[in-house]
Structures are given as structure tokens and as C-alpha cells.
Design a protein around this ligand. Structure first.
Ligand code: N01
Length: 541
């Protein structure tokens, strides 16, 4: 009689994956179905979706176009799924990921409602021990973080928040049942992509919406719309071509940056190109010139075009001036796209407050106080972003060789090799970690590449009877220099308050975190590393 007693969870696992969003789901599929490993995914939420599980704020919608916001590894999956709109909203993205989880039978290897609070590498056993909030410990040879880059909410530590008698919410931890703004005085803090998406929707039902702006921001209309049957059919027929474009360009989107310099055209031609890009809408605006993010004089022309649009849309000159008073190059911070953001300030029930001139001093029991004035509020919405990229990893309390905390290794900012591995942390892989293109790329493309590279690396070890892979200090030093070099040839570091630099979180080391050399180049670098027998890694038994 075979022993039918199920093994205690995690006893004989090959790999543990933290997170069941785009990254965790695909990594599970790769390791379990292609390599035949025993894999367990641990997910804090009660469903799949990762960042999209938590981001349900009004207006939450992807800025990548839907036909690019897919997995592309399976032609069948790509062809059978039909998006309804040009940009998918949060609920539709969850439906897509639910479909993926069901189609590939992934749920049976995912434990939901399981938050990881610690991970320790045991050198003698060459295994990772992972502790959950419930106090359980699971072990595995490989630990793979699939925790996303924007999953640790940044709620500014304003004095008095605990005394507030109304309700407050961070957009990245939105209640599943939604929030009813009807008849309420709402304050929204933050004018990044999230605040810009949420403002027009909240304004539709709130009695009054006050937007607290610290840094004015550019935005280009999304021009969202239902997809036509013709477009849906075109997408289904063009899986290979869409995938080819997404795999060969810099940003993983389904369009190319035009191979044209801003200096090649006359001012009239430039205006016409910008008008056409504005009319088309979306992230493609930054693709008008190849040197838009490299040459400040070219960027200035885009910046001026966009500021003029704000002044033309917003009727009150003082509000228009404040919204257009933007202090950084266009797209040096992640460029938002919107549906009626600037026009919303023409509504009688919406006002804008400059909290750079008069900073927020405290939350009071009845609202919010700036240096200048008191604002009575029923609801405060924090659209204040994330402790990006490093936050979700450090929250896991990872201890490497000799009990060294990752937090200590990254005291002065993240240091790793290819964004994938840290010396002193063998067999730990960080999907879309700092130092990889991640947030500068359409995320599903960056995720697929990482999950496949990790799978190839583990297969390589297994095929050779090896058990351990670890990068070196020297490889990390070289890679960190490359990440800095790549950022410094662009205008990206010129946005001094950008979360790309960690500048939005007080006390966080200022280091440009993502790899800005482009996804195609990064893919080629990773492929070359593989071809050279995992150059920069030590493989051992
Ligand atoms: O966060 P942000 P986000 N007092 O950090 C302000 C992705 N995303 O959630 O710029 C006053 O960009 C802060 O001001 P400042 C996308 O990658 C994707 O909007 O630091 N204000 C800023 O205005 C995006 O970039 C999509 O001066 C304070 C805002 O809060 C990323 O998520 C949709 C403050 C934060 O902006 C993050 O966007 C939405 C304070 N103490 C987002 N602290 C899709 O594609 C912060 N702020 C779906």
C-alpha cells in the first residue's frame, strides 16, 4: 500500500515563490510544468493579481495598451483572451490573471492569505527557510521573490493621522468593497499616475474634491475606448509580430520609439508631430523622437507643448499656472496618462492646493492643515506612491549567508547583479529587482524574461548536478556601475523627487534604481551571460 499521507507543506520543496501576480504565476508555471520541480507560491492576498489585487482605487487602469499587457509565451492563451478596452481596468486584469491561473491549473500550488515575514538561508543545508505571519516555516532550495516593484505603500508620516475622525485610504491598499464618495468632502494627496487617474473619477460623486499638489506633473490623454471587433481580430492574427516588437524595443511596449531626432524637423513639423501624438494619446507620446529622453533641448519642446495644453484646457489662469508649473523634464518621472484630468479642474466642486508653497503640517481630527490654512475633510485619499523596488524586498526580512540582512547589504542603496541576484544570498532570485529594466519596461515583458532566465539557470544547475548559484561582489560592482552609466546618459536622474531615485521616501538612499539601458539591450546582456556559462555567477554543488 503506498503511503497516502500528504507531506507536511514545504518539506520537500524545490522552490518557494513569494507573490502571485504576473511574475509569481509565470514563474510557477515555468518551474513546475517545464522543469518538473516541486514549487509553492505564498501570496498575502486572497486571490491572484499581485499589485492588481490591491490597487482597486477609482480610475485604476493600466497605462500599457491591453494587447501589450499580456503574457506572450503562449500563442493559444494570447489568442483566446479578448480585452474589452484600449487600456484594461484593474478588474479586467484580475479576470485575466484568474483565467491564466485556471487555464494552467496554478491555484493548487498557491497558498493565499499567507504573508511572508522572514526568510533565512541555511548554509549547511543549502536551503531557504521562509516564515509566514502565522508562524509557519517552509523550506526550499530556491527562493524567488515575485513581489512587484510598487507594492509597499508609502503613507507619509503626517502628525495627527491617528486622530482623524473621517476615513482615510492609500490607493495601493484599496478596500475590496470600494468607497462611496457621494456627498463627501474629499482630500486627495499626490499627483503621480495614480492621483491623476483617481481625480476625475472621485470628482464625479464627491461634494468637493481638494487635490493637494506638491509637484506638478505632465499628462497626456489616454483616449481610452472599447476595442473594435476589427482591432480584436488584428491582435489575434498578429501574436508573433506583436511579440517581436515587444521583445526588440527599449520599453517592451507594442510600439517602437521613432528613429528620428528632434533636431531633424522644423518647428512646424515638430508641432504637427506632437499634435498627432496628443490626438493618438497614451505612452506613445514619448516615442515621437528618439532623443526626447536624452537631449534636454528636444525634451524642452515636448515639455512646452504639454504645458501649453494644460493652459489651454484649464480655464482658471491661477489653477492652470500651478498645474503647468512643472520642474522636471517630460518623462523623467514616469509619465502619467489620463482621462479628463486637467479638465476636471474646471468643475465647481474641485480645487487645487499648492503644498510645495505651503506644506502639509498635520492631519487634524476634522481634516488637514497646511502651513497656510485648514481644510475640513470627510475622506483623505493618499495617492502618495510606494517605497518602490527595494521596499517590497526589504519587507521580507531576508537573511543571507551568516545571517546577513539584505537591509544591511543594501544600506547605501540596492547592489546586485543584473537585478537578479545579490552576493551573499545564494539561490535567491529577485524578479524585476532593482538594477533591471522592470518599471522602465512594460512589466509583463520584463517579468517573462526574468522568469525564463531564472528557469534556464535552475535547469542548467540541475542538468550538471549542481546545487548553488551565487553572484560575486565583483560582478555586482560592475553591474551597479553599468546601471549608473545607463541612467546618466538620459535625463531621468534630473527629476530629483522621482521614486526611480527613492527620493519620495524620506531617509531612503538616493540611487537610480532601474536599469535604463533598454529592455532589448538588457535581454542581450542576460543572454550573453548565459552563453558564457553564467559569467558573474559561481555555480557549485
Ligand atoms: O505614486 P508617485 P503613484 N506630501 O510616487 C506626492 C505606477 N502606476 O502611485 O512628486 C505631499 O508617482 C508626490 O509628490 P512628489 C507608475 O509606474 C501605474 O502615482 O514626491 N505630497 C507625488 O505627486 C507610477 O509612476 C499605473 O513631490 C506627497 C505623489 O504623491 C507608480 O505606479 C497607474 C507626499 C506620488 O506619486 C507610482 O505612481 C498608477 C507628501 N508627504 C501608477 N508624499 C498603471 O499603469 C508623496 N507625495 C496602471
Amino acid at each position: 500500500m503506498p503511503d497516502m499521507t500528504p507531506a507536511p507543506a514545504g518539506r520537500d520543496l524545490d522552490a518557494l515563490i513569494v507573490g502571485a501576480g504576473f511574475a509569481g504565476l509565470y514563474q510557477l508555471l515555468c518551474l513546475r510544468d517545464r522543469l518538473g520541480l516541486k514549487v509553492q507560491v505564498l501570496e498575502a492576498g486572497d486571490g491572484v493579481g499581485g499589485t492588481w489585487y490591491w490597487n482597486r482605487y477609482p480610475g485604476a487602469r493600466c497605462d500599457s495598451e491591453s494587447h501589450a499587457y499580456n503574457y506572450t509565451f503562449s500563442k493559444e492563451l494570447f489568442e483566446e483572451w479578448e480585452w474589452s478596452e484600449r487600456y484594461p481596468d484593474h478588474a479586467e486584469i484580475r479576470r485575466y490573471l484568474d483565467h491564466v491561473a485556471d487555464r494552467f491549473d496554478l491555484r493548487k500550488d498557491i497558498r493565499f492569505g499567507t504573508r511572508v515575514v522572514g526568510a533565512r538561508y541555511d548554509e549547511a543545508a543549502n536551503r531557504w527557510s521562509v516564515t509566514t505571519e502565522a508562524g509557519e516555516t517552509l523550506t526550499a532550495q530556491f527562493l524567488i521573490t515575485a513581489v512587484g516593484c510598487l507594492s509597499t505603500a508609502n503613507v507619509p508620516k503626517f502628525p495627527g493621522l491617528e486622530s482623524f475622525q473621517g476615513q482615510w485610504y492609500h490607493t495601493g491598499q484599496w478596500p475590496q468593497e470600494g468607497v462611496d464618495f457621494t456627498g463627501k468632502r474629499v482630500g486627495l494627496i499626490g499627483t503621480g499616475s495614480t492621483g491623476i487617474q483617481a481625480t476625475p473619477v472621485i470628482a464625479q460623486t464627491a461634494a468637493h474634491l481638494t487635490v493637494f499638489q506638491r509637484t506638478a506633473n505632465y499628462s497626456v490623454p489616454a483616449h481610452n475606448a472599447p476595442l473594435t471587433p476589427e482591432f480584436k481580430a488584428w491582435v489575434k492574427e498578429n501574436h508573433a509580430e506583436i511579440r517581436r516588437i515587444m521583445h526588440t524595443n527599449t520599453n517592451g511596449q507594442a510600439f517602437f520609439i521613432e528613429d528620428r531626432s528632434g533636431h531633424e524637423v522644423t518647428p512646424e513639423q515638430r508641432q504637427a508631430l506632437y499634435e498627432a501624438a496628443w490626438a493618438k494619446g497614451g505612452l506613445q507620446f514619448r516615442g515621437v523622437f528618439r532623443d526626447m529622453l536624452l537631449d534636454k533641448s528636444v525634451n524642452d519642446t515636448a515639455a512646452e507643448f504639454l504645458k501649453a495644453k494644460i493652459r489651454a484646457i484649464v480655464k482658471d489662469p491661477a489653477t492652470a499656472a500651478l498645474l503647468a508649473d512643472i520642474d522636471h523634464p517630460y518623462a523623467a518621472k514616469r509619465p502619467p496618462i489620463d482621462t479628463d484630468y486637467f479638465a476636471t479642474f474646471n468643475r465647481d466642486n474641485v480645487s487645487l492646493v499648492n503644498v510645495r508653497a505651503a506644506p502639509i503640517e498635520a492631519i487634524t481630527p476634522t481634516g488637514l492643515r497646511t502651513k497656510d490654512a485648514e481644510y475640513p475633510l470627510d475622506i483623505i485619499v493618499f495617492a502618495t506612491g510606494y517605497d518602490a523596488m527595494t521596499g517590497p524586498l526589504l519587507k521580507l526580512n531576508i537573511l543571507g549567508r551568516g545571517g546577513q540582512p539584505l537591509a544591511k547589504a543594501w544600506e547605501a542603496g540596492p547592489r546586485n547583479y543584473l537585478g537578479l541576484q545579490v552576493a551573499g544570498f545564494p539561490n535567491l532570485f529577485t524578479i524585476t529587482g532593482p538594477g533591471s529594466p522592470s518599471v522602465l519596461c512594460n512589466m509583463p515583458v520584463a517579468i517573462e524574461q526574468h522568469a525564463e532566465w531564472i528557469t534556464g539557470c535552475i535547469a542548467h544547475l540541475r542538468d550538471r548536478g549542481l546545487a548553488r548559484v551565487e553572484t560575486t561582489e565583483a560582478a555586482m560592482a560592475e553591474w551597479v556601475a553599468k546601471v549608473n552609466e545607463a541612467a546618466n546618459v538620459t535625463l531621468l536622474p534630473q527629476a530629483h523627487h522621482s521614486w526611480y531615485l527613492g527620493a519620495n521616501v524620506p531617509g531612503k538612499p538616493r540611487v537610480f534604481m532601474p536599469y535604463a539601458g533598454g529592455m532589448a539591450r538588457y535581454r542581450a546582456i542576460c543572454d550573453a551571460v548565459t552563453e558564457k556559462g553564467y559569467e558573474g555567477f559561481v555555480l557549485s554543488d
